[in-house]
Design a protein around this ligand. Structure first.
Ligand SMILES: [Zn+2]
Ligand SMILES: [Zn+2]
Length: 153
């Protein structure tokens, strides 16, 4: 996916468990767990990296998927907090372990293309400052660019 030759050990993710968790969350919120939603999340969980919508369409199945199918699934998954859109990469990354919509901060490696979600109080500070301006905050995304530990070493 990237030209960098650094060695990256991705944490192994239990895809089946992640999907079961997502389906349960979806049911608890009263949403239908449709095949496109399941398949798009599966591709993102398997990748473990930010993936562009175009690549999701291509990887979807033997015949690929219609753009609208993938975009609708992504929109839904993002709304319920199972996927984050990383704006500066025009890509999407799965997020398992938070229940419900949440702001996120990402450490984005410009060398290998990995993105690691991390807890950052900065998001809360931005949110509070925006609210002090009378702004109705929907979500705050923090995208930090640089080099990951493996690439910086
Ligand atoms: Zn998240
Ligand atoms: Zn890296």
């Amino acid at each position: 996916m990237s030209a960098c030759t650094h060695d990256h050990a991705h944490p192994t993710v239990d895809v089946a468990a992640a999907l079961a968790h997502a389906e349960a969350l979806c049911g608890a919120l009263g949403h239908r767990w449709t095949e496109p939603r399941r398949r798009v999340l599966e591709l993102l969980v398997e990748s473990g990296e930010p993936v562009k919508a175009y690549d999701l369409m291509a990887a979807y199945g033997e015949e690929g998927a219609k753009p609208a199918t993938v975009y609708r699934a992504l929109e839904f998954l993002e709304k319920v907090g199972l996927v984050h859109r990383i704006v500066s990469l025009s890509a999407f990354q799965a997020c398992i372990g938070h229940d419900g919509a949440h702001g996120a901060a990402f450490l984005i490696c410009d060398c290998c293309g990995s993105a690691e979600e991390f807890e950052a109080a900065a998001g809360d500070q931005v949110s509070q400052a925006a609210q002090a301006h009378g702004f109705g905050v929907e979500r705050v995304m923090v995208e930090v660019h640089g080099r990951c530990k493996a690439c910086a070493a």
